[in-house]
Design a protein around this ligand. Structure first.
Ligand code: NAD
Ligand code: KPL
Length: 304
């Protein structure tokens, strides 16, 4: 497991609980020492905390890697994979848990000897930094599902049974790109506006025309990219998500509120870059991207 953050620790704890051999790869001796002082990972589920003594190791450990779960943010994925690339065994398998699009292909290009499996997850977890275990304590905040797939090869990997016995709800999905595009479109229609209007998801019902215009342009983009299934009923789905999550702050809103870098480049940035590449003019999406970039710049947050 490389990228021992919220989602990575959620996966590692459940795998360890089921007896699947898993190790955390940490990027430097200071982080490894801090992890060892914490005595392992703590997973909080239904208000019950349990610790799992998952072994830790450094990126430059000598042992070869056959199977790797990459769970860092999209903007860290290329650097993270470069740090362990020499350790990948021939035919190694990588599961890429990043949200958005763009990072997965960049990673796959870096490690042509490996099979890259893309994942899209609706599970929710966050690190409870206030606890004595600090960042090694992860709260399982939202039940969800994970779709996994390989657009180059439909064959499901044999280790899906490990996810089954670890109670990680999942499905092998030959149309993983469609799933990732659909999630990207939902995130583009909702998240930037919640940041710009500084509101919960439900607050977007006051901006219904703007949401509808963005959905129409996202629909055009998905059609042009050969993803018609990802475009089907997009606007209705966006409206339904806004209602169902009305009381929540979007993940991008939470990042900005906490002064954390967003994954803008792999969401709205990727949508706008793809439109440009396809010579497709989407003025509202481009203007939204520009407004969001200015907003982030003004707060000293990366806008790319
Ligand atoms: P996170 O910030 O909690 O964890 C990322 C971890 O990766 C951090 O611990 C960081 O130190 C580590 N990291 C970064 N670069 C590294 C490197 N070079 N070497 C070693 N470690 C490195 O992030 P997260 O919330 O777990 O999100 C991971 C991905 O999953 C994101 O793309 C996110 O959008 C997606 N996602 C998260 C959730 C969630 O609930 N947290 C849900 C669905 C999807
Ligand atoms: O995934 C989301 C997020 O906040 O990132 C939803 C709830 C779908 C809003 O776009």
């Amino acid at each position: 497991m490389l990228g021992a953050g919220s989602l990575g620790c959620l996966w590692a704890a459940r795998l360890a609980r089921a007896g699947v051999a898993v190790q955390l790869i940490l990027r430097n001796p200071a982080r490894l020492a801090a992890y060892q002082r914490a005595g392992g990972l703590t997973l909080v589920e239904h208000d019950q905390a349990r610790r799992y003594a998952v072994p830790g190791q450094l990126t430059d450990d000598a042992s070869p890697i056959q199977r790797l779960l990459l769970a860092c943010k999209a903007y860290d994925a290329e650097t993270a994979i470069a740090s362990i690339a020499p350790r990948l065994a021939p035919g190694a398998e990588l599961i890429l848990l990043q949200n958005g699009l763009g990072s997965q292909e960049a990673v796959a290009a870096q490690v042509p000897q490996a099979r890259c499996i893309f994942a899209s997850s609706t599970e929710g977890a966050f690190r409870d930094g206030t606890a004595p275990e600090g960042e090694w304590r992860v709260v399982f905040a939202g039940r969800g599902h994970t779709w996994l797939g390989d657009s180059q090869d439909d064959t499901p990997p044999s280790w899906l049974s490990d996810l089954q016995r670890s109670d990680i709800p999942h499905q092998w999905s030959p149309d993983i790109l469609s799933r990732l595009w659909r999630k990207l479109a939902l995130n583009c229609a909702i998240n930037p506006l919640t940041v710009l209007y500084d509101c919960r998801n439900g607050g977007l019902s006051d901006h219904a025309t703007e949401v509808a215009t963005l959905c129409a342009e996202l629909d055009q983009l998905l059609q042009r990219c050969g993803q018609p299934a990802a475009a089907a009923n997009l606007h209705a789905d966006v409206q339904q998500v806004i209602q169902a999550t009305a009381a929540n702050f979007s993940s991008m809103h939470q990042d900005v509120a906490l002064g954390r870098r967003t994954e803008i480049a792999y969401l709205l940035g990727h949508a706008c870059a793809t439109a440009q590449h396809q010579s497709l003019v989407l003025p509202h999406l481009a203007a939204l991207h520009e407004r969001l970039r200015h907003y982030l710049d003004a707060r000293g947050l990366p806008s790319h």
